[in-house]
Design a protein around this ligand. Structure first.
Ligand SMILES: [Zn+2]
Length: 499
């Protein structure tokens, strides 16, 4: 009897191992064949124009009082002067004073249009993500140095093979890349069959409510329901995916939601010489600690599952075996993801306390304490789930829980089967033949969130390999990399217009 059980276990193990190896063997690299294309000629003038665009300090500040309209108006004039064909041949509308919407009418009005997005504004030049305004006029900003940068952030310098400046990656490359190549296509007499829109908001970095929201409202009022929408988001990476050494082009098919929750306590204070049992700072601190200790569960959502499926063929052994058998090794996979901050953000709704305020004098017990906790929500969950989770975990009636005013629910997941995804994939492979394309989940937010209302097929990709200085100092792009990006936009606009 014992022998039988032993034999049975051995047999079961052999079958299991066979299944694991069969699944691993089964995954094949997606060797998609694409039509070869003639790449366009790019001269120094295109580089110069991009550098000039970076000289215009279209900065978005958190505090609306810091907003300076001059650079934004300058930027609109810059596009008009430098891209005269686009300006005169496309239907151009200025939305809400500083955002731009161009319409390139296609010859076949029955085809739903494609929307190519970008944003005109940039983050300030100081510390990463700083919202502080430097006390400088736009003209002074252009030449001024920032102590942490190696060049003037708005100098548009071209040196050491790079074009330097705030916005080189995020996101003037999308704006200028699209318009530069559109002007070229127009000069060649190109006429799209499918209508193409270019939509450039001017306040993406502070939420997009004045730009993208208004553009979408306008499109909706005109019954424009795009075939697909393309925005920034993914990139090509050679070193950001552990264990994979080949370049992977990441197309964002979904993005996480965003909500900040204010937690506050209001209790009687008193003199610090006789502290009472319950202190505002203590009550709130405990709540924050509880939230950090009781995180949202880790899980593999559909866009992450798709990402895993696409990149598994590139994995070395034994990781490949683990990735190819997600049904068995999901806990192992989740563990690997949770090990890094970026991985962790991919598999769970994250909890990040960002503001904590209380007290004003060393011998007074504060009656109030308030904290802000920022959550980035996984697709499939909602902001209400976040609030419910907080209530359950904190479980303290004395704490008030309020949703912040800026709220963005996680996006739906755009299909990889849609022609838009295939078209972007094809153009990537034409210009960057060495890469593997994979869908993925964008953990940050983009203006494209507002297009969910009018389109189900939203893709997020920037044709740049491992960009440098994104929201940080010394933002720059290689001259050759910029030209490559132009090749991509040229092919994609043409492809979108033809099919
Ligand atoms: Zn951006």
């Amino acid at each position: 009897m014992l022998k039988r059980i032993f034999l049975f276990v051995i047999l079961a193990l052999i079958i299991l191992v066979a299944i694991l190896f069969f699944n691993t063997w089964k995954v094949q690299k997606n060797m998609r064949q694409v039509a070869e294309v003639q790449l366009i000629e790019t001269d120094d003038a295109v580089v110069q124009r991009f550098s000039d665009a970076l000289k215009i300090p279209t900065v978005s500040y958190e505090n609306p009082a810091d907003f300076d309209s001059v650079p934004f108006l300058d930027f609109i004039t810059f596009l008009k002067n430098n891209y005269p064909l686009t300006d005169s041949l496309l239907d151009k509308r200025i939305v809400n004073r500083f955002s731009l919407l161009y319409k390139w009418q296609g010859s076949d009005a029955s085809l739903a249009p494609v929307v190519f997005m970008g944003h005109i504004d940039v983050v300030p030049v100081g510390a990463p993500n700083t919202s502080l305004k430097t006390e400088k006029s736009p003209t002074e900003l252009k030449s001024s140095m920032n102590s942490r940068w190696d060049v003037a952030p708005f100098g548009g310098e071209i040196k050491d093979g790079f074009i330097w400046g705030r916005g080189a990656i995020d996101d003037k490359i999308s704006v200028i890349g699209n318009i530069e190549t559109t002007d070229k296509l127009l000069s060649e007499g190109y006429q799209p069959k499918r209508t193409i829109y270019f939509a450039f908001g001017h306040d993406e970095e502070i939420g997009g409510r004045a730009g993208a929201v208004e553009i979408v409202k306008l499109l909706k009022s005109e019954n424009v329901f795009p075939y697909y929408v393309m925005d920034e988001g993914g990139i090509i990476t050679e070193n950001r995916i552990p264990k994979i050494t080949e370049p992977v082009a990441l197309i964002g098919v979904a993005e996480k939601g965003f909500i900040s929750i204010k937690l506050s306590v209001d209790i009687p204070g008193g003199h610090s010489s006789m502290p009472s049992k319950d202190l505002a700072i203590e009550i709130l601190s405990k709540a924050i600690v509880k939230l950090r200790e009781n995180r949202f569960p880790a899980q593999i959502t559909p866009p992450v599952a798709q990402f895993i499926d696409y990149i598994t063929p590139l994995m070395p052994m034994p990781e490949k075996l683990v990735f190819a058998n997600r049904w068995l090794f999901e806990p192992v996979l989740l563990g690997a993801y949770e090990a890094s901050d970026a991985g962790n953000a991919t598999v769970r709704t994250t909890t990040a306390p960002t503001i904590f305020k209380s007290g004003y004098k060393d011998n007074v017990l504060p009656t109030q304490a308030e904290a802000t906790v920022n959550f980035r929500i996984l697709p499939g969950s909602t902001s209400d789930d976040v609030v419910n989770h907080i209530r359950k975990v904190v479980a303290d009636e004395r704490i008030r829980i309020e949703k912040g005013s800026f709220l963005s629910e996680p996006s739906p997941v755009s299909p990889v089967t849609h022609a838009g995804f295939k078209q972007i994939e094809e153009c990537i492979l034409q210009v960057f033949p060495e890469v593997t394309v994979a869908p993925y989940l964008v953990v940050g937010g983009t203006d494209s969130r507002y297009y969910n209302e009018i389109c189900e097929n939203i893709y997020r990709f920037l044709p740049v390999v491992d960009p440098i200085g994104f929201h940080d100092i010394n933002e720059r792009i290689g001259v050759e990399d910029y030209k490559k990006a132009l090749q991509f936009y040229y092919q994609l606009i043409k492809a979108a217009g033809e099919q």
